[in-house]
Write a protein that binds this ligand. Structure first.
Ligand code: ARG
Length: 461
């Protein structure tokens, strides 16, 4: 019988079905680089501490480097019958260098090994995702620069509410993405500790030095408690949550891009590069990209929920259930990276139909609140009275088929003789947008300040 390295106590050949259920190589081969990097650091430390000889270390290091190069060049494929990536690399090393390879697993278990590999994968990708988020913020700010005066109907309940400008709307998303960016970095910092050397669950009697391996691998320090370290998947859950939240933001933006590119809105036109057609309707141009980004948010939520559920009943320390941690994270990471790249490209290339945005502001009586505020301020009217009087003005305009901002002074005076010229300025939608000059408001001057804030932030991060 061909003996599997990880089954010292098992005397019969494994059931095919067990292998199908148990083997993680088909997906955890994704971690080959982290696994080899971790082993190199571990072997170096073992030699430094006199736990293995310098000669054995050199053979191990040379062998692992070669295996890494061979996997990367495609010379070695990781599709064998090995149980997981850890056993696969150990087998390959044993075939290459013989006996020295058998000393590599001293003072280590696959429990700390997998916790290390997976953590390194998550940390590396947290930084890569953060960098892609930053590119999207940069793009939003770039577009915003040209649109601080582009009027856009601000909505509540998807009904026209108050006039804003397009830059201000884009910077709302820049603000969400900034929080996402900070969230990935904060998770990175919280989880930047090495579990290597925790062994199976309780540490090891060998005189290892976990500080050395932590430093070698770029961690801040070793983790505190080994029992926790081999059981902890908080770092993976934080990644899944951060991605779920990020995708929720991307999905909301996607929803707006879809709405804005309908013939009813026609506020933006997506580049033909980023649209698809229909197999039957020759005239169609569909916004499949934002639809898919909105749709893929579902799997990001699912992956988070799946791992939270896997973890909830696990006693300490390692349980095989934990092997279920990887596929969802790999999927969410790939989804988030692709989503951010495609979103960025799509926004850079979309056309902004400024005139249609402005035209839409002539519908829905966007400056009605301004008139009420004016009556309070200048006529000393109680707000509720002003509110009802403006209601009359809106109804009158509606009957005439006009927007409140299109009424003439005569038409206004016919409703209330106290109205004078100043009211025309108040009802002008551009003035209405610029009147909201409070901190964080939509006035062009405030929007410009927000652009300056993001420009500084981008420089500092
Ligand atoms: N393939 C396993 C996983 O992904 C590696 C750890 C196995 N440890 C064990 N004690 N069986 O979780």
């Amino acid at each position: 019988m061909k003996k599997n390295i990880a089954t010292a106590r098992i005397k019969v050949e494994s059931s095919k079905l067990l292998k199908e259920l148990n083997d993680s190589l088909p997906f955890d081969k994704e971690l080959f680089k982290e696994d080899i990097t971790g082993s190199l650091a571990h072997a170096k430390m073992l030699a430094k501490q006199g736990i293995i000889s310098q000669e054995d270390y050199e053979a191990i290091a040379k062998g692992l480097q070669e295996i890494l190069a061979e996997i990367e060049s495609g010379e070695i494929s990781l599709d064998g019958a090995d149980e997981d990536i850890h056993m696969a690399i150990e087998r390959l090393l044993t075939q290459k260098i013989g006996d020295a390879a058998k000393r590599l697993h001293t003072a280590r278990s696959r429990n700390d090994q997998v916790a290390l590999d997976f953590r390194m994968y998550v940390l590396k990708n947290s930084l890569e995702i953060a960098a892609l988020i930053k590119e999207n913020i940069q793009t939003l700010v770039e577009i915003a620069k040209g649109h601080t005066n582009t009027l856009l109907p601000g909505m509540t309940h998807l009904q026209h509410a108050q006039p804003i400008n397009f830059a201000y709307h884009l910077l709302a998303y820049a603000s969400m993405f900034k929080r996402d960016y900070e969230r990935f970095l904060s998770s990175y910092n919280r989880n930047n500790y090495s579990p290597l050397g925790c062994a199976a669950l309780a540490g090891t009697p060998h005189p290892i030095d976990r500080e050395i391996t932590a430093k070698e691998l770029g961690f801040k320090a070793p983790t505190i408690n080994c029992l926790d370290s081999v059981s902890d998947r908080d770092f993976a859950l934080e990644m899944l949550f951060n991605i779920a939240m990020l995708m929720m933001h991307i999905s909301r933006l996607s929803e707006e891009l879809i709405l804005w590119s309908t013939s009813e809105f026609n506020f933006i036109t997506l580049s033909d590069k980023h649209a698809t057609g229909s197999s039957i309707m020759p005239q169609k141009k569909n916004p499949d990209i934002p639809e898919l980004l909105r749709g893929k948010t579902g799997r990001a939520y699912g992956n988070l929920m799946a791992l939270l559920t896997v973890m909830k009943g696990l006693p300490l320390a390692y349980n095989k259930d934990t092997q279920e941690d990887k596929e969802g994270v790999f999927d969410s990471v790939k989804t988030a990276k692709l989503a951010l790249q495609v979103l960025n490209e799509m926004m850079q290339e979309m056309q902004v139909n400024k005139e249609n945005m402005q035209k839409a502001c002539q519908r829905g009586h966007l400056s009605a609140t301004d008139l009420a505020d004016f009556l309070v301020k200048e006529f000393n009217m109680p707000f509720r009275d002003a509110y009802y009087l403006v209601g009359d003005v809106v109804n009158k305009a509606q009957d005439m088929g006009k927007d409140i901002s299109e009424l003439s002074l005569e038409e206004l005076k016919a409703i209330d003789s106290r109205f004078d010229e100043r009211v025309l300025n108040v009802l002008n939608v551009q003035n209405s947008m610029n009147a909201r000059n409070s901190l964080g408001g939509t006035a062009s001057a405030q929007t410009q300040k927000q652009i300056e804030f993001f420009k500084e932030w981008l420089k500092a991060n």
